[in-house]
Design a protein around this ligand. Structure first.
Ligand SMILES: [Mg+2]
Length: 127
């Protein structure tokens, strides 16, 4: 057992805390969206949240084009930090859409990640 007053958190403690923050933040964002849904009748907000995911993917492409200066008229308009931020937006938006589909977001994601990992690496990750 670590002494919380004098020892820095271990990597496992930091990872557990970050994971908890991730899922509680996704839940908080979903709750906020549910309380501020402008349109009723789109299957509980799911359709617009999936449409939002496409928008965020487009912003990743826009940032990569901007970071590499691919548009001669515009030049370099973004940084790779911008690309990182846009990729994070994609992940957040996807998890909020998943939360809209099921309250078991964390478990559904964990099972799927384990399946993908096992399929690709031939072994499930250690718990
Ligand atoms: Mg974005």
């Amino acid at each position: 057992m670590t002494n919380q007053a004098t020892s820095p958190p271990t990597t496992a403690e930091t990872t557990a805390e970050t994971t908890a923050d991730l899922w509680s933040s996704i839940d908080a964002l979903w709750t906020w969206l549910e309380e501020n849904r402008p349109i009723d009748g789109d299957q509980g907000g799911l359709l617009l949240r999936i449409l939002k995911l496409s928008e965020e993917v487009g912003e990743v492409a826009q940032a990569v084009i901007g970071a590499t200066g691919q548009n001669p008229r515009k030049g370099v308009t973004h940084t790779w930090d911008d690309v990182q931020g846009e990729l994070c937006d994609v992940v957040i938006t996807a998890l909020v859409a998943l939360r809209t589909l099921t309250p078991d977001t964390r478990e559904v994601f964990a099972r799927h990640l384990a399946r993908v990992t096992e399929r690709s690496l031939g072994t499930a990750p250690a718990p």
